[in-house]
Design a protein around this ligand. Structure first.
Ligand code: NAP
Length: 281
């Protein structure tokens, strides 16, 4: 598994992580097996949130990582309506209890909300001083919102911006990815496989992807993930609750696309016209 520095902290994090959204709907034992298999394969960045299954996914993650906490780069997120100063502190305590751990590797604001960002960031700083989180970041922030977060927290203090990014939704490449790079906050691509809507192999674009996959002896999903990770400032967190999917995704880390592959993907999945803001699921 390939690793990259996660922002200015220099902590090395695997390029392929594991998402957990909607895992409460999967067969629990299978999902736990999948997360554990991922850890064996170096997929140690595990992304969850208090929102997922109203806390039940954090409990599932706790079971999956039991006895292996030290191997995991564990990320969770506070809901915007909990993200006042005191609300963030309390939400973090609940998250830590559900995850059966005494710290998070990174704690994110799930999306910008009604509470002043200063309050959320002051709470993150307090949690960091108390050793309850090791870093903090944001999610679903557009370029201007990310600049504001960096202004409040200080340069190099926002660990990442987790945003929607997949082959058929590349608008973050216009403003958000450049802002992430300029501000030293890596882009973590969520729903990198289209959240269940992966390009069909019978479509024109899907056939282009399949041809590149065949050339590399890889799967189309591995090619899609490798494309999203072609920039050194990006990470991907596909959600997979089946062992065979985790095994497939782990191999994406060793696929290197050449200029012809990238041009072919660009042609098959063109960037949308330039627009500001950030797409959200
Ligand atoms: P995704 O990762 O794009 O797609 C997940 C779907 O792809 C699942 O149905 C999964 O099936 C399937 N899959 C995964 N690997 C596969 C493979 N190798 N072959 C075939 N199918 C495969 O969708 P997502 O869950 O929306 O996004 C990923 C993660 O990003 C989430 O789980 C969550 O942690 C995070 N996220 C964050 C936000 C945010 O606002 N910050 C929003 C959305 C998502 P199985 O489960 O059956 O294996």
């Amino acid at each position: 598994m390939q690793h990259r520095p996660f922002g200015s902290s220099g902590v090395l994090v695997p390029v392929v992580g594991e998402g957990t959204w909607n895992m409460e709907q999967d067969t629990r034992a299978e999902a736990i097996r999948a997360i554990r298999r991922g850890l064996d394969l170096g997929i140690t960045h595990v992304d969850t949130a208090e929102m997922y299954g109203s806390g039940s996914v954090e409990q599932l993650v706790a079971e999956a990582i039991a006895g292996r906490r030290g191997d995991v780069f564990l990320v969770s997120k506070v809901l915007p309506n909990n993200a006042s100063r005191s609300g963030t502190l309390a939400a973090c305590e609940r998250t830590l209890a559900r995850l059966k751990t005494d710290y998070l590797d990174c704690y994110l604001l799930h999306w910008p909300g009604e509470h002043p960002l200063e309050e959320t960031i002051r709470a993150f700083e307090e949690l960091e001083r108390a050793g309850k989180i090791r870093s903090f970041g944001v999610s679903n922030f557009d370029a201007r919102e990310l600049e504001e977060a960096v202004r409040i927290a200080g340069t190099g203090r926002i660990a990442c911006n987790q945003v929607l990014y997949h082959l058929e939704e590349r608008s973050v490449e216009h403003e958000v990815l450049p802002a992430c790079k300029r501000l030293g906050a890596p882009l973590v691509a969520y729903s990198p496989l289209g959240s269940g809507n992966f390009p069909s192999s019978s479509s024109h674009a899907g056939r282009a992807l399949a041809a590149i996959a065949e050339k590399h002896g890889a799967s189309p999903r591995q090619i899609a993930l490798a494309f999203l990770m072609r920039d050194q400032a990006t990470f991907v967190i596909p959600k997979a609750s089946r062992v065979e999917h985790v095994e497939d995704n782990a191999k994406a880390s060793s696929v290197t696309l050449d200029a012809n592959d990238i041009a072919a993907i660009d042609a098959a999945f063109p960037r949308p016209r330039r627009r500001s803001g950030v797409p959200m699921l």
